[in-house]
Ligand binder design. Structure first.
Ligand code: NAI
Length: 330
């Protein structure tokens, strides 16, 4: 009998949590033979709502779901977890400056990083979704010195999936025919979805679409501002597609990558001239024993390099503002 994989989820009573937990418990994240235990973490005011979510999980009678822990105590929530999905964060409110947001969330991720360091398994992998996710992830990583840096990730898979669909629609092909689409940089409108190296039926997407001005002036901003477009249309932010991207990210990180690569924000060691020590989105492959690597040898033209450099400059700036507020050294 397999031991369950213990997954801690913060913000578990939020919108993404509501779309995510049922997919984890049903086996879509770790496979149909893998039991799971869920450690649901919320802030005190949301504990009643969280109890309701847990009741619904109970009512699904998921055969793979072996335990539900509900807590607002991080030391309990991260105890022995194999994965920490950090979804909860404080949204920007009217009148709040970007620096305030970085500082407020920074404090949350210091606390969560410390609790992961002290209570999670050493092998725990951490995926940060709550925004600003790259910088939050960096802060959690720095606050968890006993967990290897390579076990920290932030999410750009939703951006990758959005970009693939936009290219497929434009080219009139199936979305599965679009591969090797890396979103580079920060999970923010400055990100760069690399349409030059993306493939449509194994050929360069830029060549197949053959409309550089559409790619630069319509496609790139459409992907970068898709979140805002969904809020405008739905009156609520993208939660189901974000949860879907969490499932995709985790399930792709635990198995060897077959062909191509995926976008994940990871700690930079200076690959492709990216500044070292930031959490930035790059193309990743997972090998047969489960280790990931940044894919080497991708050719980036001047336009791509400029876009990537601008997005990474934003991350360097976020780091300096957040670290300044938290009194951390770079
Ligand atoms: P939401 O507001 O519906 O839910 C957030 C939940 O987090 C709330 O239940 C809140 O009580 C909880 N929370 C707040 N602070 C917490 C803390 N310190 N510890 C534990 N729980 C805490 O928001 P939603 O829609 O679920 O989104 C969550 C985050 O994901 C947001 O920051 C959003 O910007 C981000 N996001 C990231 C995406 C990505 O691609 N990286 C895509 C979509 C959303």
């Amino acid at each position: 009998k397999k031991d369950p994989i213990r997954v801690a989820v913060t913000g578990a009573a939020g919108n993404i949590g509501y779309a995510l937990l049922f997919r984890i418990a049903s086996g879509q994240m770790f496979g149909p033979d893998q039991p799971v235990a869920l450690n649901l973490i919320e802030i005190e005011p949301a504990m009643a709502a969280l109890a309701g979510v847990a009741m619904e999980l109970d009512d699904c009678a998921f055969p793979l779901l072996e335990e539900i822990v509900q807590t607002s105590d991080l030391n309990v929530g991260f105890k022995d977890c194999d994965w920490a999905l950090l979804v909860g964060s404080v949204p920007r409110k009217a009148g709040m400056e970007r620096a305030d947001l970085l500082g407020i969330n920074g404090k949350i991720f210091v606390g969560q990083g410390k609790a992961i360091n002290d209570h999670a398994k050493r092998s725990c992998r951490v995926l940060v979704v709550g925004n600003p996710c790259n910088t939050n992830c960096l802060i959690a990583m720095r606050s968890a010195p006993d967990i290897p840096d390579k076990q920290f990730f932030a999410m750009t898979r939703l951006d990758e999936n959005r970009a693939k669909t936009q290219l497929a629609l434009k080219a009139g092909v199936k979305v599965k025919d679009v591969t090797e689409l890396c979103v580079w940089g920060n999970h923010s409108p400055s990100m760069f979805p690399d349409f030059y190296n993306a493939k449509i039926n194994r050929q360069s997407a830029a060549k197949v679409i053959a409309d550089e001005s559409w790619l630069k002036e319509t496609f790139v901003p459409t992907v970068g501002t898709r979140g805002a477009a969904i809020i405008k249309a739905r009156g609520a932010s993208s939660a189901a597609s974000a949860a879907n991207a969490v499932v995709d990210t985790v399930s792709d990180l635990i198995k060897p990558t077959r062909g191509g690569y995926h976008s994940v924000c990871v700690i930079s060691s200076g690959e492709y001239g990216v500044p070292e020590g930031i959490i930035t989105s790059m193309p990743i492959r997972v090998d047969a024993v489960g280790n990931w690597r940044v894919v080497e040898g991708i050719k980036l033209n001047d336009y791509a390099r400029e876009k990537i450099a601008a997005s990474n400059a934003e991350l360097v700036e976020e780091r300096s503002v957040a670290f300044g507020q938290l009194g951390l050294s770079i």
